[in-house]
Structure formats: C-alpha cells, structure tokens
Design a protein. Structure first.
Length: 274
C-alpha cells in the first residue's frame, strides 16, 4: 500500500493572525470618541450649545496650545503631577502595608481592619474642613486628600486579593518545602497581583478626583488653580480645557497601569470579548 503525503497547509501563523486582528480592535476604540468630538464641534458651531457655556473643541484646542506656548500649562501640569505622585505614593504604601498585615496576621486583622472599615464610610472629600484645621491650607492639604482618596481602593482590593487565595495552594507550597518568605513570594504575591492592579487603577482615579478638589483650595499653581482663576473671568474655554487635561491624565495613567498589568500577569488567560 502506498501512502501519499498530504500537502502542507499554507496559512498565516496563529500569533501573526492574533497580532493582525488586534490592530483593527485598537482603532475601533477611537471611533466613538472621535464621533463625540465631531458632534460637539457641530452643535457648538451651529449654536445648539451656547458658545459662552460650552465652547467648541477647536476653540478649546487653541486655548490649550496658547497655554502650552507661553509656558503656563507646563508649570501648572508639573505642580499637579508632583502632588498626585506624592499623595499616591503615601496612600499606596500605607494601603498595601496595612492590607498585607490585616490579611496575613490575625492580630493585624483584629487591630487594623475594623477602624479602616469604619473610616471608609466617611466621604474623604467631606473631611476638607477638618483637614484644614489639622494640616492647614498649604501643600499638605492637597497631598493628604490625594493620599486619602487612593488609600481605600488599594487597601480593600489588596486585602481581598490576599484573602481570596486558595489555602490549599499555600499548604501545597509548604509541603514542597517552601519557607514563609518563599510562600509569600511564589504563592501569595502572584495570587494577589490581579486584585492589587485593580485597586491601583481605582486608586489613581480617586487620586485625580481628590486633586481636583484640593487644588481649588488656596492654590497658586496646578490645573485646578488654573480652572478656578479662569472661572473668575468667565473663561469657559480654559475651564473646559482643564477638565480635559484631568481626563487625559486619568486615561494615560490607567493605560500605563493596564500595560504593566498585561506584562506582569502574562501567565493569566482571562475571558476575552467576542
């Protein structure tokens, strides 16, 4: 009996197909924002939206370019970024440290988690009058608000991520001879990373929200100060531009966290949209 070899199947390799399919997916996410911009421009130019209340995107872009050219945008942006970075670092370090202590140690759970659970019921932006009494109206107030806003999302997601780890995995690691620090590194940390990244994304959003409020209290620099100053002179285009800057910063930071999450958690295969 003679056998004939089947001809080789000629086609695109699977990784190449996935890369090719991913590119149109990225571009498709730009369609709806562009459509909203076009609609906004059209309604503002035709007078459907009052130009003194909602200026056209083209006018807002011209205002942003003018602020960038004269250097004021860079100064205010740098000030806002430094406040957000310092506050997020303080709130994030405290949140992860306390969440790990509460999730891993029984005494930590009894001592740390109940006060945090009670404190989370208080709206941190409602604490502004008390914070003014405690830390004054200087830079400490802005940084404290950012730290408070970023603390709770990161604390609760880190705590839940550690507690959701299957106890059998920890016992299996112990049976394999891993000591306590090795179990933390190879079992607890990888298991908690997805929740930690989610908490970090929520914390960054809360940090920008807190900064908007903080920079409107006795600030001399910052995007929030720029908006408040423009409000005094009814410069709606600058106010709208400041809001777009905040939105852009939030979107950029969230995108960077998502990229870091995909690379760090490359081993995880979750459900994909179809």
């Amino acid at each position: 009996m003679t056998t004939t070899a089947s001809p080789p199947v000629v086609g695109t390799p699977a990784p190449a197909r996935r890369r090719g399919a991913r590119a149109p997916r990225r571009w498709s996410r730009v369609i709806s924002p562009l459509a909203l911009l076009v609609l906004w421009e059209a309604t503002a130019r035709t007078g459907v939206l009052p130009p003194e209340k909602v200026p056209a995107p083209s006018l807002v872009a011209e205002t942003g370019w003018r602020l960038a050219v004269d250097g004021s945008l860079g100064e205010h942006l740098l000030s806002s970024l430094s406040r957000a970075g310092i506050g997020l670092a303080i709130g994030g370090i405290l949140a992860v440290t306390l969440a790990a202590a509460a999730a891993l140690l029984r005494v930590g759970d009894d001592a740390i988690d109940p006060p945090v659970q009670m404190a989370r019921m208080l709206p941190h932006l409602g604490l502004v009058p008390l914070l003014i009494i405690w830390v004054g109206i200087g830079e400490e107030l802005k940084i404290s608000l950012v730290a408070l806003g970023s603390f709770f999302p990161l604390y609760f997601n880190t705590y839940a991520g550690i507690r959701d780890i299957d106890q059998r995995l920890v016992e299996a690691a112990k049976t394999c001879g891993l000591d306590q620090w090795q179990r933390l590194r190879h079992v607890v940390l990888p298991g908690a990373l997805p929740s930690l990244f989610l908490g970090l994304r929520l914390a960054i959003g809360a940090a920008w929200l807190s900064l908007v409020v903080g920079e409107q209290v006795n600030a001399q620099t910052g995007i929030g100060f720029l908006m408040m100053e423009a409000r005094e002179f009814a410069q709606t285009d600058i106010v709208v531009f400041g809001l777009l800057v905040y939105a852009g910063l939030g979107l950029l930071s969230d995108t960077l966290i998502r990229i870091a999450e995909r690379r760090t958690l490359a081993w995880r295969r979750g459900l994909q949209a179809t």
